[in-house]
Design a binder for this molecule. Structure first.
Ligand code: CMC
Length: 392
């Protein structure tokens, strides 16, 4: 009944209206609340970007201080939440653990929560942004068999995350400001990207009025896939598999072969048909981090640069407008920051949490929003009669 459009993969369907993020994929432009990503990456830190995505304006000094105080107040997780980790095998993928633990937040914050109330929604956002670094770092500590490190409220958001990831009770942990800034930039560049698969998943889940942490969990699950946030992990594994510049041609040929499912990971994007502006910034950050650590000859970085150069000169990639995306260089940066490969997508989830919750908030406060309910093109049997089991 009714007329509807068949659009698998939503290549031409706007599912909502939004004021948060703008992308011009042909020109390679990305704006958060109207501000170019390049300026935000240069002049702001992740906390300012979180405030901007949530509140539509950059904070002044006082607003920033209040926001940071609120976040800092909520960094600890309920002590009982720590027990959830122990139910998992140590070798579970951190994304599996994080999906479960963030989902479990809904069991801690549900009864008193009225999603129609802006104050409650804001508190949900603050709690999520505050607790994600703690939850992500705990998943890393658990899988490596090390004790959890509690958040330190004297530290900034990113410093605290690096501390919870890398510190141990046995020795002092020394922060490197250049590496902290690099992690901050990774968070800014991944913070939002309009109606991508995971954000659309959060919106769809939220459209029924479900608990916000349950909705965010659906976004984390969606992000895990290699076509989406899992690409950063896949890029690093691909670079390690290629191993040497002499084998690049072989892998480019594989990526072009229609009978081979292999794709060049970190290349191509549904919306960008030009260089992903985030990839440019990430490549710059990669240079900075490797120089700081004296790793300018890092073979993986050299391999990535050469792979990019060769792909961008190849007819197949030119014709299909396939350029490096944000994930192409982020893995090399995170590896240099001492982050294990299995944690890459978890860090993407931590960064994207602000985007997800800002979209959830925007959707719930939109009076025109209805429950998300796509239609389908039915290709199954026409109506038929059931034959009893003895006669089949
Ligand atoms: N390597 C080789 N060929 C590719 C690639 C690639 N990375 N990406 C797309 N193509 C080809 C694809 O085979 C298709 O060819 P044809 O028209 O002959 O069938 C054409 O380009 C269009 O691809 P598509 O799959 O129809 O495009 P899409 O918009 O559905 O997919 C994508 C976008 C990002 C899933 C895809 O480009 C891809 O799989 N890239 C590799 C994974 C990746 O890097 N993902 C991270 C995306 S950015 C971060 C994020 O959003 O999470």
């Amino acid at each position: 009944t009714g007329v509807f459009t068949y659009d698998p993969g939503f290549t031409s369907t706007a599912s909502c209206s939004s004021k948060i993020t703008f992308i011009d994929g042909d020109k390679g432009i990305l704006l958060y609340r109207g501000y170019p990503i390049e300026q935000l990456a240069e002049k702001c830190d992740f906390m300012e970007v979180c405030y901007l995505l949530l509140h539509d304006e950059l904070p002044n000094g006082r607003q920033m201080q209040e926001f940071v105080n609120d976040i800092t107040y909520h960094t600890m997780v309920h002590d009982q939440l720590t027990d959830f980790y122990k139910g998992f095998r140590r070798d579970a993928h951190p994304m599996a653990t994080i999906v479960a633990v963030v989902g479990a937040l809904s069991a801690f914050y549900h009864h008193e929560l009225d999603i129609r109330c802006p104050i409650d929604r804001n508190l949900s956002a603050i709690r999520l942004i505050a607790k994600m670094p703690t939850i992500v770092a705990m998943s890393h500590k658990y899988s490596s068999g090390m004790p959890f490190m509690y958040p330190q409220n004297k530290l900034g958001y990113v410093e605290n995350f690096m501390y919870m990831m890398h510190a141990t009770p046995c020795e002092d942990y020394v922060q490197n400001p250049i590496l902290v800034r690099a992690m901050d930039r990774i968070l800014i560049l991944h913070a939002d990207h309009e109606q991508n698969a995971s954000t659309s998943t959060v919106r769809l889940a939220g459209s029924s009025g479900a608990n916000p942490y349950a909705c965010i969990t659906s976004g984390i699950a969606c992000l895990w896939g290699a076509a989406h946030g899992g690409a950063n992990e896949a890029v690093l594994r691909m670079l390690l598999e290629i191993g040497d510049v002499s084998r690049i041609g072989e892998f480019i040929d594989k990526a072009k072969d229609k009978n081979d499912p292999f794709r060049l990971m970190g290349f191509g994007h549904r919306v960008y048909k030009n260089y992903d502006p985030r990839a440019k910034l990430m490549r710059e950050t990669c240079h900075e981090v490797l120089n700081e650590l004296g790793l300018h000859d890092d073979p993986l970085f050299k391999l990535a640069l050469e792979l990019e150069r060769i792909a961008l000169e190849d007819e197949y990639f030119i014709e299909k407008k396939l350029y490096p995306n944000v994930d192409f260089y982020s893995g090399i940066v995170m590896r240099a920051l001492g982050i294990p490969t299995v944690m890459f997508t978890a860090i993407f989830a931590m960064a994207r949490s602000i985007g997800w919750i800002a979209h959830w908030d925007e959707m719930i406060s939109d009076d025109e929003q209805k429950i998300g309910r796509p239609r389908q093109l039915y290709k199954g049997h026409t109506q038929r009669d059931v034959v009893s089991i003895s006669a089949r």
